[in-house]
Ligand binder design. Structure first.
Ligand SMILES: O=C(O)CCC(=O)C(=O)O
Ligand SMILES: [Fe+2]
Length: 297
């Protein structure tokens, strides 16, 4: 399936587009299997250290980590880092980033030469518990354009946000400000103007494409299950990712199919990169207020 004319038009006009039922349960299985394995190992380790009273082995993917975190505060606050895609380097997750259905849709905006950015995250938005000062993965309004280093300022980077469960206002679904991308402005720091926004509840299987100038956010998770999601960024092969210190990979190439990256290569590249740069290298010369965007749209 490719992007329809209407979907393309919606993206150009509104700065985002939701693609309903773009993926099937089987597409997610490799990712979920990777992370079920990670959480199982975590439970075993924490139980051995007496940090949790049981393994919660009967809990499904949607809740197991949340029950572990009910008992272990440190895991609640550290889950972001230790689960992240470059840290886990799961084979199923790698193959998901090259999922044919996904890339066919992305091709509609990027073209057939597709690079996958190292700015890829899995988010376990854990149940919020404000009384205990817990509020996992609440994301304030921002454009993704502010997260790249200068060399990618004119690159078109597409954010592909994919829920691994149904998302609702109650569990902290995504929210977007439509049409702000048309300002062609990057709003650094807190310079983003207020504006009308919409909640974007999504079903598992739906995918949203977000322009890097489209402000988005998400609130608290007021359920007792996890709002799992992936956010992956794609761009034309050969354009700078703005994260040169971490590995990008060629997800699809018609021109030189031999350049398409294999799993082992990607995994080794992450191991080497994290040894050198365990944390993100901050951007130099970060502008203070709004700046004009002169890049590709
Ligand atoms: O997952 C969220 O709540 C927000 C994620 C986000 O800001 C992004 O994917 O760029
Ligand atoms: Fe974002």
């Amino acid at each position: 399936m490719t992007l329809t004319k209407e979907q393309l038009e919606h993206f150009k006009e509104e700065g985002y587009v939701v693609l309903e039922a773009a993926l099937q349960d089987a597409d997610f299985e490799p990712v979920i299997k990777d992370y079920e394995g990670v959480i199982d190992q975590l439970a075993t380790d924490l139980h051995a250290e007496d940090r949790i009273s049981q393994l919660y082995a009967d809990e499904p993917f949607e809740t197991r980590l949340a029950r572990i975190c009910d008992e272990d505060e440190a895991t609640y606050f550290e889950s972001d880092t230790f689960l992240d895609v470059g840290h886990i380097r799961g084979e199923g997750t790698f193959h998901f980033m090259r999922n044919k259905r996904l890339l066919d849709l992305i091709e509609g905006l990027i073209g057939p030469e597709i690079c996958c950015s190292p700015m890829t995250h899995i988010r376990a938005k854990l149940p919020s518990d404000l009384e205990r000062g817990r509020n996992s993965n609440v994301v304030f309004w921002h454009q993704d354009a502010i997260f790249f280093h200068e060399e990618a300022d004119t690159t078109f980077v597409l954010t592909v946000w994919i829920p691994l469960c149904d998302t609702t206002e109650e569990n902290g679904c995504l929210r977007v400000m439509p049409r702000i991308h048309k300002h062609r402005t990057v709003y650094w720091n807190d310079s983003l103007p207020g504006g009308d926004w919409v909640s974007v509840p999504m079903k598992k299987g739906d995918v949203i494409f977000i322009h890097k100038l489209t402000p988005h956010s998400s609130g608290t998770n007021n359920t007792d299950a996890i709002r799992w999601s992936l956010d992956i960024r794609y761009q034309r092969r050969g354009t700078p990712t703005g994260r040169a210190f971490w590995p990008s990979f060629d997800a699809r190439s018609h021109l030189s199919p031999e350049s398409e990256t294999e799993y082992e290569e990607w995994r080794e590249a992450w191991i080497a990169a994290l040894e050198k740069y365990p944390t993100k290298v901050p951007r130099k010369n970060r502008p203070e207020g709004p700046t004009p965007y002169r890049g590709d749209m």
